[in-house]
Design a protein around this ligand. Structure first.
Ligand code: 5GP
Length: 203
C-alpha cells in the first residue's frame, strides 16, 4: 500500500515541531516531507533535515521546473513542498507528513482530495502568546506579527478533518498517532479487503 498524505498545520507557538519530533520517535510508518524555504536557518536547524534552505533565485527556479507542489509567501519568505520529498516517502509506503501553513493546506486539499488535514490548536490565546514570548527566538515586532497571523490561521481550522488541542504534549502526540492509524482503516482506502470477501462469496 502506498503511503498516505497528511497535512499538519498550526500557528507558530502551538508546539507542532515538538509534537512531530515526538511522533517520529514513536512510529516509523510516517516520515517528514522536508520543505524548501528562503528564510534563514534558526539555531540548530540543519539544511536538508528541517528545511532545504534556498536563495530566492534557487526557489524560483524550482517553481519554474515544477519541482514545487505548492508554495506560499509567509512573513516575507517563500515556503514550498517539494514534489520529490513527498514522492520519496509515499513510494516507500510511508505516510508523508507535510508541516505547512493554511493556504498551502488548502492547495494540497484541492490537488489531493484524499489527503488528511490535521490542525493543532493551543489551549487558549493567553497560553499561545506566552509560548511565543518564551521561545525567545524572535523580536517583539515579529511576535506581534505572528500572533496576528495566528488569529487569521485559526479561522481556517474549520476546513480541516481533525483538531488536536496541544495542552499536554504526550496526549497531543497520542492523538496524532490515533489519527494516522484511523485514517489507514478508512473503508474508502481499503476497498480491496471487501472485494476479497466478495470474491469468496462467489466461489
Ligand atoms: P517557520 O518559519 O516557523 O519554520 O514556518 C512558518 C510557517 O510556514 C509554518 O506555519 C510552517 O508550517 C509553514 N511552512 C513550512 N513549510 C511549508 C511549505 O512547504 N509550504 C507551505 N505552504 N507552508 C510551509
Amino acid at each position: 500500500m502506498k503511503g498516505l498524505l497528511f497535512v499538519v498545520s498550526a500557528p507558530a507557538g502551538c508546539g507542532k515541531d515538538t509534537i512531530l519530533n515526538e511522533l517520529f520517535k514513536k512510529t516509523d510508518t510516517a516520515g517528514y516531507a522536508v520543505s524548501a524555504t528562503t528564510r534563514a536557518p534558526r539555531g540548530g536547524e540543519i539544511n536538508g533535515v528541517h528545511y532545504h534552505f534556498l536563495t530566492r533565485e534557487e526557489f524560483e527556479s524550482k517553481i519554474a521546473e515544477k519541482e514545487v507542489l505548492e508554495y506560499t509567501e509567509y512573513c516575507g519568505n517563500y515556503y514550498g513542498t517539494l514534489r520529490r520529498s513527498v514522492n520519496d516517502l509515499i513510494e516507500r509506503g510511508k505516510d508523508a507528513i507535510l508541516k505547512i501553513e493554511v493556504e498551502g493546506a488548502m492547495n494540497i486539499r484541492r490537488m489531493f482530495p484524499e489527503a488528511c488535514l490535521v490542525f493543532i490548536l493551543p489551549p487558549s490565546w493567553e497560553i499561545l502568546e506566552k509560548r511565543l514570548r518564551d521561545r525567545g527566538t524572535e523580536t517583539e515586532e515579529k511576535i506581534i506579527e505572528r500572533s496576528k497571523q495566528a488569529r487569521t490561521e485559526i479561522e481556517f481550522a474549520k476546513n480541516y478533518d481533525y483538531l488536536i488541542v496541544n495542552d499536554k504534549l504526550d496526549a497531543a502526540v497520542d492523538d496524532l498517532l490515533a489519527v494516522l492509524r484511523a485514517e489507514k482503516l478508512r473503508r474508502s482506502r481499503n476497498d480491496e479487503l471487501l472485494n476479497a470477501f466478495g470474491e469468496e462469496d462467489k466461489a
